[in-house]
Design a protein. Structure first.
Length: 259
């Protein structure tokens, strides 16, 4: 076995939404495999905390951060300009993890509310992928991983715009995987179910709701951010070099639940 197939030494990764939760876990996982990591998020204080914690655990790695709201195109462009300058044109991995949601009945959304969900979840991922493409294609092989959701594959109680935006992200993954294969850019996605993060803590604190979730989850527990991060990291590794256009569910069996 060639151990280099399971390493990311010398590679540079950009992780959006990297200040907490799944994003920070992804950054930690990639660092553990040897990559250097650039974190992006809109909360400067949380971003500093995340970077400092990661530096304590991985003092030998390069870890930098950039404050950006990926819902704003000007800031998306500024982020990729910074990445290009930092890496001298090199970028091996892009993880589109930043996400947002407003959950309510479909008829209750104001236009700006549901459009904002699309802006963060879909349009930002598409634009960042396009802006990163010239950097990613400077290598023989590079990778994009989009953090989707089971709500893009079946109905869950997230609200229609969230599910719609994630379904479109999954299709974007498939289209870009085919279009960019000849450029050496693999494009994949992961689709988490309930993961234990700050964003899900309020809903999961309701014991009746938690029971409903667990009854629909064959493994009988809530997922951890590190379990999503492991799937993301695998898709970035040379060991996954023949995997593209895929969406891996990280869901404890939720999507396979039957009766």
């Amino acid at each position: 076995m060639d151990p280099k197939r399971w390493r990311l030494d010398g590679q540079l990764a950009l992780v959006t939404g990297g200040s907490a939760g799944i994003g920070r876990a992804i950054a930690r996982e990639l660092l553990g495999f040897g990559a250097d990591v650039l974190l992006a998020a809109r909360d400067a204080a949380a971003l500093d905390i995340a970077r400092n914690e990661l530096l304590e655990d991985f003092p030998e790695r390069h870890i930098e951060s950039f404050v950006a709201d990926v819902a704003i195109d000007e800031q998306r462009r500024e982020l990729l300009d910074w990445v290009e300058d930092y890496g001298e044109g090199a970028l091996n991995i892009l993880v589109n993890n930043a996400g947002a949601n407003i959950s309510k009945p479909a008829t209750d959304y104001a236009d700006d509310e549901w459009r904002d969900v699309f802006e963060v979840n879909l349009f930002a991922a598409f634009e960042l992928s396009r802006y990163a493409h010239p950097l990613l294609t400077r290598h023989a092989a590079s990778s994009i991983v989009n953090v989707g959701s089971v709500s893009g594959l079946t109905h869950v109680r997230t609200g229609a715009p969230y599910g719609m935006s994630k379904a479109a992200m999954h299709q974007m993954t498939r289209n870009l995987a085919v279009e960019w294969a000849e450029d050496g850019v693999r494009v994949n996605a992961v689709a988490p179910w309930y993961i234990r993060t700050r964003r899900t803590s309020d809903r999961l604190a309701d014991p009746d709701y938690l029971d409903e979730v667990l009854l629909r989850t064959p493994l009988g527990r809530i997922g951890e951010p590190e379990e999503v991060a492991a799937a993301v990291a695998f898709l970035c590794l040379p060991a996954a070099s023949y995997v593209t256009g895929e969406c891996i569910a990280v869901d404890g069996g939720f999507l396979r639940y039957g009766f």
